[in-house]
Design a protein around this ligand. Structure first.
Ligand SMILES: C[S@@+](CC[C@H](N)C(=O)[O-])C[C@H]1O[C@@H](n2cnc3c(N)ncnc32)[C@H](O)[C@@H]1O
Length: 364
């Protein structure tokens, strides 16, 4: 198999020429540069000294991490023997000291979970690894998880969402945000099983994946606190009305939208902040790309309105209103004592602090 060289940051790595996006041969995805940039940024901010790249493939993240941070022990784990050959070669070519493991990640975590930061970047869903991550990671460890199973998380494959994440889903106009909140909700429930709470540091959506960074809090009370951030969401696919609701003591049969349509009950999903605003500020000093800065600015602002964004184009079409520019809507909302912000999830999306009636008034 012929090799090609790929440059990213200060490193150059070899990958097989006919590498594919999945399968048994070594893997490298250049679109994941931002994912690696943010992960290295998080490691710098939190002064990480012992890092595990749990699913390292050819070692792009591990090698960059070791080159870009002084005084860090980088552990790169990869199950595939063919891929390990590339990882070993790339380590030598870049002259970095990595601790290489050739194990099933679940096995490795049961032998040694004592890392400051564990990052997992699987093909598809991180679910097969979360139980072992959450039961073995130490108190205050940082965990980074990537998910690329967007169809399931975002409501396109309802049965798969029930099977894999234990959640009710549907197609919505805020599918990307539903997906991220679906994923974080699952992590919170999985953590609670082990009397672990989570502290969200930073999460985002980009192109074909979600990324969530959180801290592990080994405490029964922190687990209970974390679970308070979970809720069901009522959604009307006629009026596009949406609101979180607590399932406790509510007669679900009485949950009809003002338009007369019966609400769909989605979730349970994460209703809390999906990023800490101070972490967004700190990360903006660590990453260089314009798109990364834009994601950070939007994600930071988005934490002020936690109800999922509206697809304004769809909303205007349904309500037979002529569409206005986002900046204008934000200004009118502000003048009306309400709040609207852009969202990194969708260029046609807008977060809005009021209900659909108030949104209609503002758009008229
Ligand atoms: C999406 S790739 C990782 C890409 C890598 N993080 C990067 O930035 O280039 C996922 C890798 O996980 C490996 N893998 C899959 N299941 C595994 C397991 N149970 N334990 C360890 N590695 C595994 C695959 O062989 C594959 O190389």
């Amino acid at each position: 198999m012929a090799n090609i060289k790929i440059k990213e940051g200060d490193i150059e790595i070899s990958i097989p020429e006919n590498e594919k996006l999945s399968g048994k041969i070594p893997f490298f995805n250049p679109i994941m540069k931002f994912n690696r940039d943010f992960t290295i940024g998080i490691a710098k901010i939190f002064n990480v000294r012992r890092f595990l790249d749990g699913l390292s493939a050819c070692g792009a993240l591990s090698i960059r991490m070791k080159k870009e941070i002084e005084d860090i022990e980088v552990n790169a784990n990869e199950i595939n023997r063919e891929t390990i050959k590339f990882l070993q070669q790339n380590k030598e070519d870049n002259n970095v000291a990595l601790v290489i493991h050739n194990k099933d990640l679940n096995l490795l975590l049961n032998e040694d979970g004592n890392f400051d930061f564990i990052d997992i970047d699987p093909f598809g869903s991180p679910v097969p690894f979360l139980s072992n991550v959450l039961s073995n990671a130490r108190h205050n460890a940082i965990i980074g998880i990537t998910a690329t199973d967007l169809g399931t998380l975002c409501g396109r494959f309802k049965d798969a969402s029930v099977r894999r994440y234990g959640t009710f889903s549907a197609e919505t106009d805020f599918d990307k945000e539903f997906g991220l909140r679906n994923l974080i909700g699952y992590v919170a429930r999985e953590a609670a099983k082990y009397e672990v709470g989570i502290e969200i540091l930073f999460s985002y959506y980009f192109m074909h994946y979600f990324k969530v960074y959180f801290r592990v809090k080994r405490s029964r009370s922190r687990a209970d606190e974390t679970l308070k951030n979970l809720n069901f969401l009522l959604y009307c696919d006629i009026s596009m009305s949406r609101r979180y609701f607590d399932i406790d003591g509510v007669d679900v049969n009485k949950n009809f939208c003002e338009c007369g349509n019966k609400f769909k009950i989605l979730g349970p999903i994460w209703k809390g902040k999906f990023a800490a605003q101070n972490v967004c500020d700190l990360l903006s000093k660590e990453v260089k790309e314009k798109t990364e800065q834009k994601i950070l600015t939007l994600v930071k602002e988005e934490q002020n309105i936690l109800v999922p964004y509206y697809n304004i184009h769809k909303f205007c079409k349904i309500a037979h209103i002529q569409i206005k520019g986002t900046e204008e809507i934000i200004k009118i909302a502000d003048e009306s004592g309400l709040r609207a912000t852009k969202t990194h999830f969708d260029g046609k999306g807008l977060r809005f602090s009021g209900n659909v009636k108030e949104l209609t008034e503002i758009l008229k």
